[in-house]
Every structure is written in C-alpha cells, then in structure tokens.
Write a protein that binds this ligand. Sequence first.
Ligand code: SF4
Length: 466
Amino acid sequence: MNALPLNKKYAWREIPRRSAPKRGAAERVADFREIYTPFDEAAIREQASRCIQCGDPLCRTGCPLSNRIPEWMALTAEGEFLEAAKISALTSNMPEICSRVCPQERLCENACIMNSCSEPIAIGAVEKFITEYAFAHGGVDVTVAPSNGFRVAVIGSGPGGLACADELAKVGCAVTVFEAQSIPGGLLVNGIPSFKLDKRIVARRINILQRRGICFHLNTKVGIDVSFTELRKNFDAIFIGIGAQKPKALDVPGAELAGIYDALPFLIGKNVSASNDIDVKGKHVAVLGGGDTAMDCLRTALRSGALEATCIYRRDLANMPGSRKEYVNAVEEGAQFRFLTNPVSLEGENGQVKRVCCVRMELGEPDASGRRKPRPEPGSEFLFKADVVIVAYGFDPFQIKQWGFEGVAINEWGGITVDTGQMTSVPGVFAGGDSSRGPSLVVHAVRDARKAAASIHAYLATGSKT
Ligand code: SF4
C-alpha cells in the first residue's frame, strides 16, 4: 500500500484525533446492535500516523497487557494491517474484545504523551480495526501446536478462562474448559450488553480456540457434575476463573418489594435470552449505582422501552467509577442522572415498589480509595417515582464452598488467595481475574490469565503434578 503523504513526526499537528464513528442515539436505542461503526482504511491510517513514536511509550505502561502499541501504530500508518495485527496478537488473546470494552480514557489513551500537547492517539479504534481486518483477511492464527503431553482443566469460560486456555494451547497443552452455562463466554456474554460487545464477536473468538483444539464442556458445574477431586486426578494443572458475580445486596427498608431486581438477571434477560420477565416498557426505571454496570442497565432499560431511566448515585460525576465514554453514550441515549443522591428506603403499594426515598449528599474528605466520601445533607429527604428499581452496586466473589475447591484458601473478602505467579494454596491449582482480584476490568482478567498460564507452563516443565 502507498505511504500517506504526511510529515510523519508532526502528523498530529495536521490531523485532529477522530473518535470512532457511532450511530445516532435515536437509531441505536431502537436496537441492541453495536453503536460504533468502523473507520475506513484511509481514516485509520491517518489516525495511526498521529503517533509520534516517542522513545518512552507511556501508552504501553498504561495498557495492563503492555501492548506493543507504537509498533502496530507505525505498521497501521503504512497500511500494513495484517503485520500490525500479528504484533498486537503477541500480547493479547482477544484484542477485538479489549478494544471494545476497555475504558481507554483511563488506560492506554490516558497515558499517551500526546495528552500534553494535543489529544491522545485513538489506540482502541486502531486496535479494533487491525484485528477486524485480520479476521476478515484470514490473518488470525489457528495453528494447532504439537502436544507437550500435559492436560490442563480451566474452570470458567470468561475472559480469564479463555485467555489462559489460549496461552496453554499455544504451548501444546490439551486444555478442557468447564463452563456451568450453556453458552461459553462468561461475563463477556452475560455481563456486557450486545450494544457494546456483539455476542458474535465472542463466539468468533471461541471458535478460534476450538479450532486450536481446546475442548469446551458446557452445562457442567464443577462441584456438582464433576468434582474438584476428579479434576485434580485427571489433569496436570487447573486454572480457576469463575469471576465474581454475586450481587452486592441492597440493604435498605423496602428492599423486599416486587419490582426490585439485581443488575445481572436484568442484563441477561434483555441481552442474552431476550426474555420479558422483567418488563420495563412504559415504566419509570431507577438504577442504583454509578459503575459501568449501572450505565449498561440504563441503556438496556431505554432499549427495552422504559419511559424514563434514571441513575441514582451518591457521589458526583467526577467521582463516579464508570467509564466517561459510557456515561456520554448513556446521556446521548436519554438516560437521566441524579448525582449526590442516596436511596435510604423504598416505598410501595400492594407490595409493588412505587417510590425511592432519597437523601441529598455532600462530599467530605477523600476516603481510602482517594474518592471524596459522601455524607447526607440533614433534612434533604425527597421521594423519587420508580416502578422498577435495578440494583447495580457491584459484585462480590461467589462462596467457593459450593464448588468444592478443597484446600483452596480465600482472603478476608472471599477472593481466592494467589501468589505472585497466580498459584493458589494448592500446588498446581491457579486462579485469576475477578475470582482472585475482585471485580475488575476484562483486560485485568486477561493479564492475570496470561501470567497464570506462564506459571502453569513453568510448573509443568519442572515435572511436578497436582
Ligand atoms: Fe488500550 Fe485495552 Fe487495548 Fe491495552 S488492551 S491497548 S488498555 S484498549
């Protein structure tokens, strides 16, 4: 391909950053399809050419996977998309997924040096483009590695399980993934709505893993259908990636009323099974919480015909944990926000929730997390109309007792304890992602899993067995 007629080093002076194109809000709330549309080749090359190839690429430090961003930027600017995708795949097991769901404004793009003089390079958009290009042009590696004779069980098929399975298959392990649900993908399928990550994107990645020889046992609950003891007997090592999807409870008077739901069943019902069990059509929906899951619930409610979807969050926008990109998308789509507002009880009629009793909050000193601690304003109580309340206060790890992970130690908040190589208290049994670190980003689960896979490989190479 031809080189762009640009003064490369200073292209950023001539070319403004462009955000990924997206469909209009009125169109996108009418369906569950992804909201972003692709850049064309010329536009993505222009965006990549804004990268100045700085000597100390801070973007790599900002990316939890330490992706080789400047290398794939240079190749993309030259139109060498397949080469760029090959480099990207060396450090990431699912770049087409991370590029869609990472909060880049807090990670790679936040660290980009261009923030000091202009706007950051559109890293996520370039990563997505080159990976999609590779899929479309047969550029995704499906090589089956020669067997090394080892068998590894992976429990859970979320981002951690998939990344660990992928890394181990690449070095010749026979990997079997055990998934309790009928569809593989874990959080990628159940927790992330299709308008952010189309289910077919996840299915396509799983298909690549299957073609590499990874075996998926679906509808198989460890602790019920197969025991941990059996897995330890039949496999040389085990990776646990079961996530942390136990909802944090709503602990206020009235929490038992009908019409109050946890976020995950609501998202699964609307995005995966398309069920109408939780009907929000024509209703006033209140979403409690300010993280990405809350944004997902607001946007899902609007797509499901809610008359109004309002986020009730006790801190202000500056202290809200959710991604700014997703907040902006939610606002564009018609979501309302009540910041510095805390629900203190719920009121109903005939057993059905009708109102959220709220109190106004003010921000005090920063707490241990560095965010300013909210406190109630005396006498500021008010009522907020709500026919449906969705609780999106985040997640805790599952009680691992139910899985029968005998001997696997847990920490004080219920997460699986791991050492620096992701090994649990049981030799040969490793863990990563939300089940060991607590609820976090997809990209963090991928990083943990890659680390665990390297440790498992080293562990097996020393001749030790579980
Ligand atoms: Fe950025 Fe996430 Fe891609 Fe890393 S994986 S380059 S943080 S979008």
